[in-house]
Write a protein that binds this ligand. Structure first.
Ligand code: ZN
Ligand code: ZN
Length: 109
């Protein structure tokens, strides 16, 4: 009954932006981790927009969000704090891009 959720083009774009930020902890190349949604029942898939970049080690290694969630969150902040940080960074990058394009336009005009 349940349909498998496939990422749309926009979601894929977002996921690649998240991954391109690099690991939130150590800045190494990252994969995306889907955080557990707040206020949704167990078994609900979190959205592709609720993702944070973590390298292999910090994602699923010995000391990682999957293996030592409590210690990890105590040290680096909760998943949701990391999500806010991630979204903010993407926003900043997008603002910088817009600014750059705007200036380019002016120079050409
Ligand atoms: Zn890392
Ligand atoms: Zn994960």
């Amino acid at each position: 009954m349940a349909k498998k959720k496939v990422a749309t083009r926009l979601e894929k774009e977002h996921l690649s932006k998240v991954a391109s930020l690099g690991c939130l902890v150590c800045q190494r190349p990252a994969n995306v981790h889907h955080i557990r949604p707040v206020g949704l029942g167990m078994g609900m898939r979190s959205s592709h927009y609720q993702t944070i970049p973590l390298c292999r080690e910090h994602h699923q290694g010995q000391f990682s969000i999957h293996n030592c969630k409590q210690e990890f969150e105590a040290m680096y902040g909760t998943e949701h704090e990391m999500l806010q940080k991630t979204l903010k960074e993407i926003e900043n990058i997008e603002e910088a891009n817009n600014f750059f394009n705007y200036n380019k336009g002016e120079n050409n005009g």
